[in-house]
Design a protein around this ligand. Sequence first.
Ligand code: B16
Ligand code: MG
Length: 217
Amino acid sequence: NKKGFIFDLDGVIVDTAKYHYLAWRDLANELGFEFTIEQNEMFKGVSRKRCMEILLDIGGIKATQEQFDNWMVEKNEDYLKYIEKMDESEILPDVNRVLDFLKKHNMSIALGSASKNAQPILEKVGLLSYFDTIVDGNNVTKAKPDPEVFLLAAEQLGVKPNNCVVFEDAVAGIKAANSAAMISIGIGDKNVLSEATYNFNDFTEMNVDFLERLITN
Ligand code: B16
Ligand code: MG
């Protein structure tokens, strides 16, 4: 039984949430209100469009369609400036070890991210070659918690959904993996990601025994 391993990007492979935060904060400030790091929690795993809607709600701002679209472009251009200098030093701890383990055992590996900037980020941090396929915000129409992104990744890997394992840091992502009948692994706060099949604070806690069980079961 062929197995597939699907990684979320932001919050699992790299901590781009901090750059998303800075770009949304810049926009909020320009529009005349504050945007806190706590409020940024709601933005994790959520599509750019949905983030924009939430931001305008926070600021109590009513936008025309044109303003809405322009501000989304502006946020992304600002974000791209923040991530311009990203390199392999921003890969989260032990991500390389887990990817190397899976590669060594000839496992199929996919990216399943909501981000439209996924591919350039993987290139910058030098991890692109690990991935057999990339499914991201450019390929899907329905955002997490809809399982579309992970089902498409499984299909492209040629692996049955129930033979797939998903690594996720967002509640919406865990829900998406569960409704795709995949094994979900929460990376982050166990209390927040309580619906996950397994929980780890980060990859440093994931030992070889666990990885071996994942690839054989
Ligand atoms: P972009 P993930 C998500 O990535 C982020 O967690 C979320 O904060 C962001 O709004 C979304 O990507 C869209 O990103 O603006 O770059 O298209 O966690 O699903 O990898
Ligand atoms: Mg994420």
